[in-house]
Each structure stands twice: as C-alpha cells, then as structure tokens.
Design a protein around this ligand. Structure first.
Ligand SMILES: [Zn+2]
Ligand SMILES: [Zn+2]
Length: 272
C-alpha cells in the first residue's frame, strides 16, 4: 500500500491510499476539501485519473474536508462513505440532497464498525472534535499493512491511542503552537475552540501521542493539518525530530500547496 496527500491544512485536505493487491488497484480518497477542478489537477500531480478513485470516505463535515466531496462524487460517480451525523450535517448545509441517498452512491457507516472497500479494510474510530459525528481511521491492506490518520481532534483518548498503536504509518495532526495561538489575531472564541478539547491537536499533544505509541509497529509518520497562522514548520520539525529521531522513525511534513508525494513502505521494513 502507498499513500499521498493532495494538500493538508485549514484550506483543504485530501488523502489518497492505494493498494495494488488483486486484478485492479484499490484507490481510496479520504476527504476532499478542494473544488473539483483543483482536486483533478492535484490528482494529476500524483498520477491518478479521477474516475479511478474507487470511493471517498469523509471524516466530518467541516468545509476543509467535505466541500468538494459531493460535486466530485456526482461528476465521477464515486461512492461516498460517511457517518449518519456527517450525512445529516451535509444535508443541513445543502452540500447534497436527500435524493442522493437513494442514488446508490452514499454509504452510511457506523463510527465503531469496520467496513471494506475492495482490497482495503477500514477501521473508523470516533474522535473529540466539534463536528456532528467525526471519525478518523485506520486503513488496512489485505497484506497486513496499516496506515492511521488522526487530524481534527482536540485531545487524545485511550481508545484512539490504542487504535493508532496498530499503525505502521501514521498521518498525525500537529496543528498549532499554543503560544502562537494565544498571540494570534484570532478572536477569543476561535482561540478557545482551536485550543479546546474538541478543537485541534497542538504540537505538544501530537508529540505526547507519538511518545505514547510504543508498540514498535510505527515506521513512518506525516505531520499534517499545520496552521499557517499559528504554527511554523521549523518548530514542528525540531519538536518531532526530538521525539522520533532517537527511535529511528522518519517523518515528513504535509503542506497546504503540495501535500505529500507518494509514501511507499518497504514490506521488508514492516517485518523488521
Ligand atoms: Zn480540518
Ligand atoms: Zn474539522
């Protein structure tokens, strides 16, 4: 399995996972917070024709994750997987309509129940975030490789740390520096929301989560959903380095404009 990001940050997020088992590869998109035209051009950069995306899984209804989902789905016939709460929120904000539920392209998922899309098995788990029914995911290929995603999460819970301990590769939010957030031009209500238990992970909490992952499974990490206003990639680089370098775990930082190019893990490395 390999994965890439089309872009990550408060202006839009989208991840791709590809598993080459079987006759045809399985290509899964997680979230689509870009306009269709933009998504298509970003897909081109990673060499994926839009019609070859098998499904989109939506983590929650915030615009930076859902704004392009239903337009993309209508244009390319892509099935959309989402929780009941996220679907209801999408209806309320008129991103879709009730008829679309009967198009066969909407699959409602339970936030604790695994489901399968071709050769990928998905394990959603609920997260504390200020959305209707947000989930994040483990994505498992039938060869046993597990990638985890955790962004848009205000605080760590024992359940989510337990889930992430299974991951060989992890996409982890490192949204803000608390000091930059408190000195930022944001209104007090937004500062409270972002820094609260249902907001976004700070660099410090991301590092605590990394430290608490002790299964020995983890081989690669991506820092994601960095805020342009309240974070700085150099700070993330040095904080993450201090945690991961002693353990010999490489990492990359996903950016808003370019995302992350394909990351492929050597199966031999997983067995090590
Ligand atoms: Zn977000
Ligand atoms: Zn969000």
């Amino acid at each position: 399995m390999r994965f890439a990001s089309l872009g990550s940050g408060s202006e839009g997020n989208s991840w791709l996972f590809e598993c080459k088992l079987g006759n045809a590869p399985t290509r899964l998109m997680v979230d689509c917070g870009f306009a269709v035209k933009e998504t298509v051009s970003r897909l081109e950069r990673v060499g994926v024709p839009p019609a070859q995306v098998d499904a989109i899984v939506v983590t929650h209804e915030h615009g930076d994750h859902i704004s392009g989902v239903f337009k993309f789905s209508r244009k390319f016939g892509t099935p959309v997987y989402l929780t009941h709460g996220t679907w209801r929120a999408a209806l309320r904000s008129k991103l879709t309509d009730i008829e679309y539920l009967h198009s066969g392209r909407v699959v409602l998922i339970e936030s604790h129940s695994p489901f399968q899309i071709k050769h990928l098995k998905l394990h959603p788990f609920p997260v504390p975030h200020d959305a209707a029914e947000p989930v994040q995911l483990l994505i498992e290929s039938l060869s046993g490789f597990i990638a985890g995603i955790l962004t848009d999460c205000g605080s760590a819970t024992p359940h989510l740390v337990g889930m992430l301990n299974r991951a060989h590769a992890l996409i982890l939010e490192s949204n803000h520096c608390p000091e930059m957030l408190s000195n930022s031009p944001y209104p007090p209500s937004l500062k409270k929301r972002v820094g609260g238990d249902y907001g976004h992970l700070s660099n410090q909490v991301a590092c605590e989560i990394l430290r608490s992952l002790n299964s020995g499974n983890l081989k690669f990490v991506v820092a994601a959903h960095l805020s342009k206003t309240t974070n700085c990639p150099d700070v993330v680089q040095s904080m993450w380095n201090a945690v991961l370098q002693p353990r010999g775990i490489p990492f990359e930082i996903a950016c808003q404009a370019e995302g992350v190019d394909w990351v492929t893990l050597d199966p031999a490395q997983l067995a090590a």
